[in-house]
Design a protein around this ligand. Structure first.
Ligand SMILES: [Zn+2]
Ligand SMILES: [Zn+2]
Length: 257
């Protein structure tokens, strides 16, 4: 096993993804209270004291609300872009590492490549993680798949990919018109069909794991996402659907032979 990953929960009510090498573990985003984070990490056999750092993708509260309290309690360094840091009052952080938009960096023994994505946030970044010849892409919270995104995330060994909404459910659903336009717009979230189109273009034969994530509880169902992504799912070794309450359990990525 080169890299492994798991989720504390995935969706608009809170996100948190664990990315671990043999010796180090990072938490990407934290949209949960301290207590809830401790409880969800315990489910995965860890405590926040085991973390080396927290990385933040952007300032929306489902990704950020728990970051500062957790960082303060466990004295964890936080990595984020200057735009995310300044977008709102995050609260006091013990140690801040500013990420430069396109420049790869390392946290402990894990290499991290930030990738700018179109999302209605000040300076959103998603990430590709590499360790010992294996790579994991985390790609949620974007309204459009750009050529840059395709280039950076195509060829990953494992992928956590947003399939946020079904366009018809979004159109007929409970959100006010302005929010419907935001979610479905170029700076909102990927639909099931956009996620499927992305996988079709970059190819997914080499994927060890495809995790479908950030699935809306109001504007989507696992069944609709599964249907839209059926042909991709057939090509990958494992395809799972992350949920808000359980996230998903540990998945191992083997080094490419
Ligand atoms: Zn989100
Ligand atoms: Zn967001």
């Amino acid at each position: 096993m080169a890299l492994r990953f798991a989720s504390l929960g995935s969706g608009s009510k809170g996100n948190g993804t664990l990315v671990a090498s043999g010796d180090h573990c990072l938490l990407v985003d934290c949209g949960f209270t301290i207590k809830e984070t401790e409880r969800r990490m315990a489910r995965l056999g860890l405590s926040p004291a085991d973390l080396s750092a927290i990385l933040v993708t952007h300032e929306h509260s489902d990704h950020l609300s728990g970051v500062a309290p957790l960082a303060r309690k466990y004295k964890l360094p936080v990595y984020l872009t200057p735009g995310t840091l300044r977008a709102r009052d995050i609260g006091k952080l013990p140690t801040v590492h500013l990420i430069e938009g396109h420049r790869p960096f390392a946290v402990a023994d894990i290499q991290v490549t930030p990738v700018a994505v179109p999302h209605d946030a000040r300076e959103a970044a998603q990430f590709v993680f590499r360790h010992c010849g294996a790579s994991l892409g985390l790609l949620t919270d974007l309204g459009t798949v750009t050529p840059h995104v395709e280039e950076q995330f195509g060829g990953c060994d494992a992928l956590v990919l947003e399939a946020n909404h079904d366009p018809r459910m979004l159109a007929q659903g409970p959100y006010p018109p302005s929010l419907k336009r935001r979610v479905g717009g170029a700076y909102g979230h990927l639909s099931n069909q956009q996620a499927a189109g992305f996988l079709q273009r970059v190819g997914c034969e080499g994927l060890q794991h495809l995790v479908v994530a950030h699935i809306s509880e109001k504007n989507n169902t696992v069944e609709l996402a599964r249907e839209a992504l059926a042909s991709a799912a057939e090509q990958v070794a494992s395809c799972i659907f992350a949920c808000q309450q359980q996230g998903f359990g540990w998945l191992d990525i083997e080094k490419k032979s």
